[in-house]
Each structure stands twice: as structure tokens, then as C-alpha cells.
Design a binder for this molecule. Structure first.
Ligand SMILES: [Zn+2]
Length: 45
């Protein structure tokens, strides 16, 4: 299951959380790592 990961510059990608946990996924636009925002993928509601 993939979740949305976001970057400070506003880009977003869908990634598997375990893959993002293995190593950071860097944004080619600003060079910062994508991160998964809170309250995503909990399946609540
Ligand atoms: Zn970026």
C-alpha cells in the first residue's frame, strides 16, 4: 500500500512506507527528502 509523501517545495509522490524507511527519497527539485505527513494511511473513517 502506498501513501503520499510530500516535500517542502510542494511536490508529492506515492511511496511504500517501508521503502521510504529504508533510505530517504530525495526531491530532484529542491534536494530535500520526501516525508510522509501525519494522519495519513491510518485508515480511520
Ligand atoms: Zn522538493
Amino acid at each position: 500500500m502506498r501513501v503520499k509523501a510530500v516535500c517542502d517545495c510542494g511536490r508529492n509522490v506515492r511511496v511504500v512506507p517501508s521503502v521510504l524507511a529504508q533510505a530517504p527519497i530525495m526531491c530532484g527539485g529542491c534536494g530535500k527528502p520526501f516525508r510522509i505527513p501525519e494522519a495519513v494511511g491510518a485508515g480511520v473513517g
